[in-house]
Design a protein around this ligand. Sequence first.
Ligand SMILES: [Zn+2]
Length: 194
Amino acid sequence: MNVSCDDCHTIYDLPEGKEGIVGCPFCEHVNRPKQERPARTAPLPDSPLFDHSKTMLGSLEGEIADERTAVRRAIAGKRIGLPTNLDAVLVVLEGDGKGKRIALTKHRILFGRKQADVVLTDPEASRQHCTLLLYGDFAVVKDTGSANGTKVNNRIVKEGLVKSGDSLQIGSTVFQFLLSSKAVPSAGPSRRNA
Ligand SMILES: [Zn+2]
């Protein structure tokens, strides 16, 4: 069933029987399906997840907060999932497997040296480095506490929006995230967009 996360407002599919067990793919908040009462939920409080005391540099703190706001804004009300009309791929631009194309067939991809969907042999990558979540025509990357950080277009991010053409750097491995037209089985001479 479709659930809208109370915390980040991502819409995702929660399998029957997993209510109260499986959390939001983005923020891990465990949502309970609201059946009858579409009663107004309280306005979003300042999330306690963001601990201001942990960052030392004022400007960096501001940047992280901005980035987080941008991500929240982009994902609110969006459905997590693979793009419907496009193929999502990662092209390895630098590092091990340079030139390789990785077709993304899941909406949640873990990167790391161990137990990851994309296993990196890079010593600068952490065991569990980051997670890429697909929201149809864009993606969001979340650093999962890596030692060396995650970069989008050369900027270190904790959470960052990733659009087609953007680069994603994990340790010394650089990927490019690309959405491309699906290889459509030939459908005759006329092209129609419904
Ligand atoms: Zn959420």
